[in-house]
Each structure stands twice: as C-alpha cells, then as structure tokens.
Design a binder for this molecule. Sequence first.
Ligand code: BG6
Length: 519
Amino acid sequence: MKPTRSITIFGATGDLTHRKLLPALYSNFKKKRLDPGTRIIGYARRDWTSEYFRERARDGIQTYNAASYDEETFRRFANCISYVRGNLDSAEDFAGLESVLSETEESGDGRLYYLAIAPKYYARVCTYLSEAGMADESRGARRVVIEKPFGHDRKSAAELDAIIHDSFHESQVFRIDHYLGKETAQNILFLRFANTIFEPVWNRRYISSVQITVAEKVDVGTRAGYYDESGVLRDMFQNHLLQLLALTAMEPPASLDADDVRNEKAKVLRAVAPVRFGDTVRAQYVGYRNADGVASDSTTPTFAAMALYVNTWRWQGVPFYLISGKALREKTSEIIVRFQAPPGVLFNLQNCDGYTPNAVSVCLQPNEGIHVKYQVKVPDRGNASRTVNMSFDYQKAFPDSPIPDAYERLLLDSVQGDASLFARSDEIEASWRIIDPILQAWDHAGKSGGSYQASSPGQPGAQQLAMQRVPPLSFYEPGSWGPYEADDLLLRNGHQRQFGCVGPTGEQDYCSDCTDTED
Ligand code: BG6
C-alpha cells in the first residue's frame, strides 16, 4: 500500500502529540522510514504559529526521545511541520484545512488524520471530515487513527462505530491500542508460531493457567477527572489486557495480513465465557479519594483481577488470570504461561517445597525478555532438582537496537496502511461484551457488594450470571501488590500469583531448591 503523504494531527497542542506522536514521527523520519516529503500538519484551537509548533516539537523530542535527537535531522524534520488553527466543530475551519492540505497534493496522495483529541469529539470530527469531502478516497487514501477509549461501554462503542462508518469504511479506520505496538507484544506471535517447541504444547492439555499482569507504579496523577469516570476496567482491561489475552490464545492466522490476524483475535474474544462475578476482584488504593477530581466517596476501582475462560477446543477449562492496577509496588507487564506438572513417577516433584512446573514468562516491560523455567538436577545433592531459567533478554541480545516506543511502529503502520496492529470494530465489540456485565454488576453492588441479577436476559450465558454475589470493593496500600483477594483468586484454583517480572537471571523468583526424592 502507498504511504500517506500527509499526517494531520487533531489535538496538536495536547500532551499526546508532545510526548508521543512528534517524537515517534521524528524517529521514523530519522530512520528514513518516513518519506522526506511527508507533511505533518498540527490542527488545534490555540493561537499557535507553525514556528511555535516546531519549537514545541523540538522540546517534545528533546525531552522524550533525547537519545536520538540531533540538530541537523531536526532541522530537516521541522521543514515538514506546519500548524493550522481551527476548531473541531466548525465546517468553515475544516474547509480551511482541506484547502491547506490539497494545496500541495497531487492526485493519488494519501492522508492520515490522527485524532489525538478527547473521545467526545471522535464522532463529530469524523462527520466534519466527511462533510468537507475529506473522507472520500477517490483522490488518494484517507485514513483515520482513533485513540482509546473507544466508547464507554458496548452500546456507546456501537453508536460511535455507526457514526464513524457513515463517514469512513472500516478499512480506513485505525483504532490504536499502544500495547499492540510494544515490541514484546508483537513477539508473542513469533514465540508461538516461529518456534516448533512451543506451539504443540500451547493448549489445555499441557497448560494449567495463564497470568497476564499489567502493574503500574504510578497513581492516577493529574488524570483523576478522566479516571474516576473510567476506572481500571475501561482504562486497561477492555483494551490492553484483552488484546494481550487475544494474542496469547489465538489460533495461527492464515497470514500476517491485517484481517487474517484480526479474525483470529476476534474469535478468541468472542469465545470468552461470561465472567463469574465471584471470579472478579475490585479494589481501590488508599488515598485515591483524596486526589483532585475524585469524589470523596468514589467506588471507582484502581485495581482489578479476574479469571476468564476461553471456551474453545484449545483452551476450555484453562483459567486466564488478568490483573492490573495503579499505585502498585513496581511497573511490570508480564504474561506467564504455566504448564502442568509431569507425572509424579520418577522425581516426586509435586511434593517438593518450592517446586514450580514449567512456565514461559514474557516480560513486556521493563526488562523486556522471555524466560523459560525448567527443572535441572542440583549437583551433588542426590536427586534434588531446581527451577532454572532459559532467558532471552532484549538488551543483551540486541545491544545495538534499542526498543522503539510503541507509537513509532503504530504511526508508521498507519501511514503505510497496515492495520494488523490495530483493533477492528468487532474486536472492540467483543471486548465490551466481556467487560460490560462486570461493570454493571460492580456499579450496581456499589461499595459493599451484594447479589446482582444480570440485566440482559437475552445475552448468552445470562442465566449463569443471574443472582451472583459480587465482591465488595476492597482497599490496598499504595506501594503494595494490591489486595490479598487477588492472590486468593488464584489460590482457589491451586495457582500461585506471580509478582513482578522475572529478571534476566531469574534470581528474583521461581528458583528454589527441591528436596531429594529419596528421604
Ligand atoms: C494507558 C492508560 O492506555 O496506558 C494509562 O490510559 C496507563 O492509565 C497506560 O498508565 C499504561 O501504558 P504503559 O505503556 O506505560 O504500560
């Protein structure tokens, strides 16, 4: 597909543009992945000049992409940048933008519109673009990138989709989930499908559970206004965690084409069984209610854990534990795939203290890497065994290739028209279908918890959801690993919650001596 010749950023004066988009575009430019003739147009309400926008771009790059900044490259990059002042709800301003864009365009030149704006404007901007003739592809590609959150629930996401689809065909829409742009998330498909040793055992016959953790050290900071309305399920689960689950659980796609990949992810999400409310944990960190913009009696969860079941031939009965929260002890995102223990005939491992069955741990961040845990014999200790690591560490393996920011890859892909790392409409719908009933039950049960009758009897599985007990909101200390109820959720099924990414040496955890089998 032909790369677009222009990138228009709506919300050009905002934080996302400053911290992520311009530094990522600069990196692509420096690596010569962006055509030097590409135009980057910032569009926003503020009375900025192109000159000032370029200075802000320089500041953003120097602050957030310092290692790659050099003056000469920036000078050339700055030549691509300009600024157009305009409102998001003025047909006249969109007409003005259209004439700026078409001024230097040749027939066939494509455009990318990046909506780095508040979600309430997504629908409106798409409609204005369409009314100004700016969605029409007869003179070149017209793509629109839409940030998360995509909708507030299943209904609002469907409504938003309907409005967007009045203006843009699904193939023109790129719904961004920056977790899909992370190198390590992309590596899940390589790990599974480029290696003969993993795929044959990647199923219910060999795997006992999967734990997907995205722990954050930061609290809600200055985003409390947004966060208190959203909570952790909308902020992290509906998108990032479910996308990681889909990558971990999907069937091999027929090819790496966007639709082949997304078909398989959508199938997994559709196969997730309605979550039992008793298999969920919701919690809030102590002190959250004192943050500016948070209601003093807020019941918004800043932490959640749940067990999900993917009802497919491959996964039936295997719990997928999804865990995420803010103000936790460390920032760590990790997928741990735990295998079943071997038959206890020779080594009696199951009775050994500290024995850990095989596991593959994909550390998404920090300490990006993949670690395989397996048993070896401890020298000179009879038949004692110990868990050790076979480790791949990005930094060690690729010392000259620093891991790029997720936005770098995603921006480049959207410029090039490759949607494989973007969520399709049906994936979003399927994700909300999983999350919506939990949100409703939690809202309904409020602070104390209680029974909840599923509200939509037509929904598959609703009967199972009827009159379930909803766990009360619990509280955890900032700097901890969250509430004990999350550990309990795993323990109930005989699994142990893992905290923190396993470092490259594997000394942090897992490793422990196993007693001799001959006593
Ligand atoms: C965003 C959420 O999508 O992801 C934030 O809105 C969260 O609340 C962030 O902090 C986490 O992203 P990362 O890349 O820092 O793990």
